[in-house]
Design a protein around this ligand. Sequence first.
Ligand code: FES
Ligand code: FES
Length: 153
Amino acid sequence: MRLNVTVNGEPHEADGVWEGESLLHVLRERLGLPGAKNACEQGECGSCSVYLDGQLVCACLVLAGQAEGREVTTVEGLAPEDELSPVQEAFLEAGAVQCGFCTPGLIVATDDLLGRNPEPTDGEIREALAGNLCRCTGYEKILDAVRMAAARR
Ligand code: FES
Ligand code: FES
């Protein structure tokens, strides 16, 4: 099937999309946007987090066909090219990035949290990021980064 979707403000068309194909696969393999990571493909790790019409979703759980005619924002769309968003800067400065595999998903999830709740408590941060798994950092630096990003908004 042919898919028409707007990604990071730009219209895209993809041909030959198969019925069971995920939005994550389209983003990474057809549109050349590798920011959303492919780890579990089961909605368990949050590494593929993107916005779909402004709602935070796991792109691995969204069928490409469900994105027809809709707007997707990936981590690549959170800041102008060659610039970092305030959340990305905070993650770097706080040392919240080790292997980096979880980072794009955490950045999008943090962006979503702070958009809804600019001054989250630690409990609210933990709850909002509970679906984003990190195998490296132990989460303390990630919490520091989210607090830093919130304080700067
Ligand atoms: S790859 Fe989508 S939640 Fe893990
Ligand atoms: S920094 Fe490696 S999984 Fe989070």
